[in-house]
Design a protein around this ligand. Structure first.
Ligand code: MN
Length: 255
């Protein structure tokens, strides 16, 4: 039996420097599943267009997906706004591999979930690609500052801290844009008779109920290292692999 019925990953951003590919490879090597859902922004072609960045560990992530599919895992790749070039080729089915814009999934407990990246419901990315590319550049800069900041933090014995995440959480409190996003997604679910949804896009892992619709966000592998999983018994939970990994490293070094 696999470790999990389904694993849902989103916002990996392969091809960008911020991608935590080592953490992800480690996570993939340690977990098996019947279904692997890649919920968009897996490859970051916005970054690839400006400058090619593709280390071996990014190819390893892809090999991990393909090996899982060879071993019998059904791999479903849902396209996002950063890998929107793939939207020209969907829907596509290659054996155990599927490429599509959205998927209707029936959970172990019999609930019907809409699996979608979510950019389709984000006013900023939908109506202003230019504006969001600018935002993306600022975000990339923040991630770079973050790497330097954390280098010094670790030298002085402080734990990891994400500047980008801190600023985004602050911004959320101010404009409340994200809750608009969550609300429009939940409205779409209601309209189309889904019990809930699985999405990504805003890089914030979460399991909650919004307007009576169950909301699952996979988080990301740039700022945090989070995966959404469905156990064989049908329970959903978030695995924070960055926290677990770091805790393990600490345990080993302590003892
Ligand atoms: Mn996205």
């Amino acid at each position: 039996m696999s470790d999990y019925k389904s694993i849902f990953l989103s916002d990996i951003h392969l091809g960008s420097k911020g991608c935590q590919s080592d953490f992800l490879n480690n996570f993939l090597n340690n977990h098996s599943c019947d279904n692997l859902f890649l919920v968009g922004d897996i490859i970051d072609c916005w970054r690839l267009k400006s400058k090619l960045y593709w280390p071996q560990s990014h190819s390893d992530v892809f090999n991990n997906f393909l090996n899982k599919s060879k071993e019998g895992t059904k791999v479903i790749y849902i396209t996002g706004n950063h890998d929107d070039f793939l939207r020209n080729y969907q829907p596509l089915e290659l054996g155990n591999l599927e490429l599509k814009e959205e998927h209707s999934y029936t959970t172990v407990k019999g609930k019907k979930l809409l699996i979608i990246h979510g950019d389709q419901f984000d006013v900023v990315t939908r109506y202003g690609k230019r504006l969001s590319i600018l935002g993306d550049k600022i975000y990339t800069l923040l991630l770079k500052i973050n790497i330097i900041l954390n280098f010094f933090r670790s030298r002085f014995g402080f734990g990891y801290w994400s500047l980008a995440k801190y600023l985004k959480d602050k911004a959320k409190k101010k404009v409340n844009k994200m809750s608009d996003y969550e609300e429009s997604l939940s409205n779409e679910c209601k309209r189309r008779d889904f019990d809930g949804l699985v999405c990504g896009h805003i890089h914030k892992a979460e399991i909650s109920t919004i307007n009576g619709v169950s909301y699952h966000n996979c988080g990301d592998w740039v700022e945090s290292c989070t995966a959404l999983v469905e156990t064989n018994q049908g329970n959903f939970k978030i695995i924070d692999w960055g926290m677990i990994e770091r805790a393990d490293i600490k345990l080993i070094s302590n003892g």
